[in-house]
Unconditional design. Structure first.
Length: 149
């Protein structure tokens, strides 16, 4: 398996795991809401129900965001390697290594750390369209693109 495919697989697994975790949290909130009984202290019941609803809303927003990230990752599998930085590129610079896909954290492959970034991230916006050997400045630091896969 190539580096690009390995990074893609790590990102996809990370996102899938997070989706499953949030789905489990949503199920727990549903269960807690079903078990919540109305007591004589009506305000306490209403407050508890509202807190559960807020937690549900947050979890649903998170899962919606992750499903969008998963859709982007799924589309990358069909994107051919390019000689310019684009979605799906593996970028080596003098200041770190990057996988342009979705912000899913940092992964280690072949003993090297790779930061996963989206095309809309601040550093991703600086990189898009550049070629190997190009330089760009980000946060006052100069980056040299040493390799592009």
């Amino acid at each position: 398996m190539g580096l690009r495919q390995e990074l893609h697989q790590l990102c996809s697994q990370h996102v899938s795991t997070r989706i499953k975790d949030i789905q489990a949290a949503i199920a727990q909130v549903h269960e807690a809401a079903a078990n919540e009984t109305k007591s004589s202290a009506g305000d306490k019941y209403e407050t508890a129900r509202e807190m559960l609803q807020q937690e549900m809303n947050i979890n649903q927003a998170n899962i919606n965001q992750l499903l969008q990230v998963k859709a982007v990752l799924d589309s990358i599998a069909t994107i051919p390697v390019s000689d310019t930085i684009a979605l799906g590129s593996v970028v080596h610079t003098n200041r770190g290594n990057y996988y342009v896909a979705a912000g899913a954290g940092t992964f280690t492959c072949n003993g090297n750390k790779y930061h996963t970034i989206s095309t809309s991230s601040p550093i991703g916006k600086h990189m898009i369209g550049l070629k190997q050997g190009a330089t760009f400045t980000f946060n006052g630091l100069e980056y040299l693109i040493t390799d592009l896969l």
